[in-house]
Write a protein that binds this ligand. Sequence first.
Ligand code: AHR
Length: 307
Amino acid sequence: AAGPAPASGVKAGSGGRITMGFAQVGAESGWRTANTKSVQEAARKAGVELKFSDAQQKQENQIKAIRTFIQQKVDVIAFSPVVESGWDTVLKEAKDAGIPVILTDRAVDTKDTSLYKSFLGSDFVKEGKAAGEWLTGAYAGRPGPVDIVELQGTTGSAPANDRKAGFGEAIRGDGRFRIVASQSGEFTRAKGKEVMQAFLKSQKHIDVLYAHNDDMALGAIQAIEESGKKPGTDIKVISVDGIKDAFVAMTEGKINVVVECNPLLGDQLMDLAKKVVAGESVPARVETEEGVFPQDKAAAALPSRKY
Ligand code: AHR
């Protein structure tokens, strides 16, 4: 019997093979490296021809890459926007050229939701809330104040905006919790360390570090240790992502909790791309499933971590 008929709408000229232009944020974190690998491997498996571009954390580079993909007449564009705002013009250009766009990992801030077909990724507000809820649980019945320093992700990015908002929401009702300093560490280890060094100098007392990702937390841990304090004990450390290095740090008692953010989006992205190119309808939002890992669960979970 003949195999399944090719989905209608898939371009005949390319023998049904889809070309995807993918504009990645950069290589700023362990999470991002895992995400890139997942997308590249999934494309290979799915027989999707991938044109990959690394924007080095710069919006202008991503816009340039998207314009190049439009000129190259790719079948579908996927991208993980560095920041939330400022995308309407280039997304309109893609729409006018008849090229569907899928947002992956990070959302854009636009009133015109016809500019993209679907968003595949995490709920960053939920992640921030989970981080805050862990903290309120850990301090249940204990006196305040609890002085928190926050290492934010890339300024203007969806995960930085939303993780801040979700965390703020979770601690707002309890006057013991005070964010005494908050600054961007750009999602990198080097900057996380540098900003934490500054916090340690400027703040008389720090109870908790809330880092928007593991790389910044790991950089900050070095700064805490170099200052003679014990991360995880003298200063509690809350982080987001769940890369292997963070699980190792948890087993060493240096991180107290990690809220998971799943970078392994490749297979789902290829599925969505095939459907979108075939003209099938797809959900406006596909959310990834994630957990929360307190320190006492780290050793058991470490061997099965995939990124
Ligand atoms: O958009 C996801 C975030 O980007 C990850 O939490 C962070 O590590 C990455 O750089």
